[in-house]
Design a protein. Sequence first.
Length: 142
Amino acid sequence: MRTLALWAWLLVIPLVCDAGAAATVYRCGSIGNEYSQTPCADGQPMDVNDSRTQEQHAQARLLAAQTRDQALALERDRLDKEAAFHPPRAGSLSSPVTTQFSETPAHSKAHRVRKKRLARATAVAPNVLRTEPPRATRSGAQ
């Protein structure tokens, strides 16, 4: 029984209380950029009735629905693109290695030999101060 009474009130209230027709809006302020529902000293009543036809209302609703559907489609596309995007991961913080000259067997062998010598020198005595002069100075002095 209570539910029936509630439904009756919900259906009757919008018919009885037509707030849009009874509202009067006043344009106030020295420039006329303030609006109020209560009369003000220099306020002028405005006509706020909607003069659009039912066809114009239907067109506006259709346009709003199309715009909403288009926005949802664009959002779906954006989300799909974001999900498919995988940013590159950093392999190292240095620049990529580029070959500036052709690798010859002699060069690669010399490079490996220098690398082995350096590895042996640091492995044997990593914290020892070397007192001998560099090779270029020693060979030039002899």
